[in-house]
Design a protein. Structure first.
Length: 479
């Protein structure tokens, strides 16, 4: 059937393809564990397989879906694979996918209450539910952004608004230079935010870490004193709860206390680690985060919600709104005073209905289901760390508090640079097997391998098999 010249796809055709697509999704998720995690494609393969120009005449959907299966899927790195352990392992869970499908169908824009009352209010309700699960006080108001990079940018814009009220009118020119502080293991998005907000690289100071890769508070105290003496204004401190390289947890209570002395905003980057606060025995890692001004938690990382969904909690939402609120006439309406206008909490006017999928996830799994799944991931990471530690030549290089194990193969007789090359070869062998996928980082200049457990489908068998692949790869890479 060719597509009509005007109007949308006819309802009967949509229904038929929607059924096909649903079947495909269910089959894909059931079988993804048998596919290669990383595709055997080369840069340019897909581009070369597709025409340079779009079709003049509409094509039958069957053909489009066929090309999706035949050309697109073989070029996918399967983040849904239960042995995907790279970066931070994430999940598009069943309920999350259903929410995403319905959000696409509704296609509302949640910029003001009137543009979609339910989308605005479900965002209030869902972020409040998550706040309860995380054990944060009701003084934190939540808003959903696309990514943690955006959430941190907006939080730091609010910090700038507080530190330099005059900048709103006059801009940053001619003002006393200010600084934002984060550990040397903070995510690059924090430095990017400092650049975007006009602080420049000089306005971003990296604080050294202790032997466990946590922000050294003595060093932070020294940096703050030094900068204040030099006439700089401490604008914000950004502790991380779950850093990217090792999932280390900065001492947030001490950081909050120090920042307070200097009147600096505290923004907590818990993009990855945040959901672990749902688990009672892991909650102590987060002690003191309730004293922060803002916190980012990404449900699209470790809370089974398809990308994108990042929640920014702010205890001073007026500062956030002051930083971004410009209401043009065509968006004014009588309910403005009685409801939130989510367009006022960041740069984007248009906003997807992201709370729907998070609401589905929170309801389907419930607190107990979320708790058990996250706990299981931490247990799997700890089990793996135990096996690694018990094997001669292998070392775990950072404490395992969350779902990430940072480790390397470094037998005594292998020198530093040779060990770096060896670890790269091991990683490449495992990834080339298609059975598992991991990524690396550098710690103290040394190549370090990472296994992040966080996919809803991952079981002990996947972790154990990956450990076997790693040991075999080490044998082969040395030989
Ligand atoms: C993943 C991550 C980010 C970036 O998240 P995006 O949503 O991809 O922007 C920032 N900080 C930490 C600690 C992260 O783990």
């Amino acid at each position: 059937m060719t597509s009509p010249r005007t109007g949308d796809m006819p309802p009967g055709e949509l229904r038929r393809h929607a059924h096909d697509v649903s079947d495909w999704i269910a089959d894909y998720l059931a079988g993804v564990g048998d596919m290669p995690v990383f595709p055997s494609v080369r840069p340019g393969d897909l581009t070369a397989a597709l025409p340079a120009e779009p079709p003049a005449r509409g094509e039958p959907m069957e053909r489009v879906l066929d090309d999706f299966r035949r050309l697109v899927v073989p070029g996918i790195t399967h983040w849904n694979h239960p042995a995907f352990f790279g970066y931070f392992s994430v999940s598009a869970s069943g309920p999350g996918i259903l929410g995403e499908m319905l959000a696409a169908a509704l296609n509302v824009n949640a910029m003001v209450w009137r543009s979609s009352p339910a989308a605005t209010e479900l965002e209030d309700v869902t972020t409040a539910w998550l706040r309860v699960l995380l054990g944060l006080p009701a003084t934190f108001e939540g808003v959903i952004n696309d990514t943690a990079s955006s959430s941190s940018l907006y939080a730091l814009a609010a910090a700038r608004e507080v530190a330099y009220p005059e900048s709103h009118r006059a801009g940053m020119f001619g003002l006393r230079p200010g600084r934002i502080y984060a550990s040397e293991h903070a995510h690059s998005s924090v430095e990017k935010a400092a650049l975007t907000l006009g602080f420049g690289q000089d306005g971003f100071r990296k604080i050294p870490t202790d032997p466990y890769f946590r922000m050294d508070v003595e060093e932070l105290a020294r940096a703050l004193r030094e900068d204040v003496d030099a006439g700089l204004q401490p604008v914000a401190v950004v502790p991380t709860l779950g850093t990217t390289s090792t999932a280390s947890v900065d001492p947030v209570a001490d950081v909050v206390a120090l920042a307070r002395e200097h009147g600096a905003w505290v923004h907590v980057d818990a993009a990855y680690g945040g959901p672990a606060a749902i688990v009672p025995e892991l909650r102590p890692l987060f002690e003191g985060w309730e004293g922060a001004d803002s916190i980012v938690v990404n449900p699209h990382k470790w809370l089974f919600t398809p990308i994108d969904c990042s929640v920014l909690y702010c205890r001073r939402p007026q500062a956030l709104v002051r930083a971004f609120s410009i209401v043009p006439e065509y968006l004014t309406s009588s309910e403005l005073a009685a409801s939130r206008s989510l367009m006022d909490y960041g740069v984007s006017l248009g906003r997807r209905f992201r709370s729907l999928k998070l609401w589905f996830v929170l309801r389907y799994f419930g607190r107990e289901g979320l708790e058990d799944r996250i706990r299981e991931h931490v247990d799997l990471a700890k089990a793996l760390a135990g096996w690694i530690e018990d094997t001669p030549g292998w070392t775990v290089v950072a404490p395992v508090d969350l779902g990430l194990v940072a480790f390397r193969f470094a037998p005594d007789e292998v020198g530093g640079e040779e060990a770096d090359r060896l670890n790269h070869r091991i990683m490449e062998r495992v990834n080339a097997s298609g059975e598992a996928f991991l990524t690396h980082t550098a710690l103290g200049g040394r190549t370090t391998l990472r296994i992040a457990v966080g996919n809803v489908k991952t079981t002990q068998a996947h972790v154990a098999r990956t450990w076997t692949l790693l040991r075999n790869a080490a044998e082969a890479a040395r030989g």
